[in-house]
Design a protein around this ligand. Structure first.
Ligand SMILES: [Zn+2]
Ligand SMILES: [Zn+2]
Length: 189
């Protein structure tokens, strides 16, 4: 079996964290890594003990939800709370950081930012990263790697298509089904 890369491993962790998000507008996850070890993680959610956007709706001011602490901030604050140094660390985030998080990440000494999806990438955030010598790299998550049944699913679908072909389904339909299945099961790598 193929071994998962560090980049994919940490990015998968951030995507997992995003599933814990309590804001209905966007689910973001962030993992801070040092020497190939996860030192903190966060997702966007309310202050501990506070009401959740998922229960009471977002608290929107100037088209931003002000109830939530961003995933990157939560991860950094976890380090602050438990006294874990962030100098020279890396962060894996599901979405390109906002300007506020960008500033906090730079100031906390984060050296590399890996992000999965472009999200309202602000030119000022990009400029700040550049200015501070922070490396920014896009790492798209290959979702197949976290689907442990991917191989079985692929075999099942191809078996179904083969059976369909025997029932007199037109060749054109079969070809289309093949293409659709291929698109679904093709990985990034
Ligand atoms: Zn919200
Ligand atoms: Zn942010």
């Amino acid at each position: 079996m193929e071994r998962i890369s560090w980049d994919q491993y940490f990015m998968a962790q951030s995507h997992l964290l995003a599933l814990r998000s309590t804001c209905t507008r966007l689910s973001v996850g962030a993992t801070i890594v040092r020497d190939k070890r996860m030192i903190a993680g966060g997702y966007n959610g309310s202050v501990s003990g506070g009401v959740h956007c998922t229960d009471e709706g977002c608290y929107v001011i100037d088209s931003h939800c002000v109830r939530t602490i961003h995933a990157e901030m939560n991860a950094l604050l976890q380090c602050a709370k438990f006294g874990v140094p962030t100098e020279g660390a890396e962060i894996y985030v599901t979405h390109f950081p906002c300007i506020h998080c960008t500033k906090a990440l730079i100031q906390a000494g984060i050296q590399t930012v890996y992000y999965s999806k472009n999200y309202k990438n602000h030119p000022y955030a990009e400029e700040l990263f550049k200015q501070s010598g922070v490396r920014v790299e896009q790492v798209e998550l290959d979702e197949m790697i976290i689907d442990l049944k991917n191989h079985e699913k692929l075999e099942f679908v191809s078996m179904l298509i083969q059976k369909l072909a025997q029932t007199g389904t037109t060749e054109l339909d079969i070809r289309q089904l093949h293409e659709q299945a291929n698109q679904l099961f093709t990985s990034y790598s």
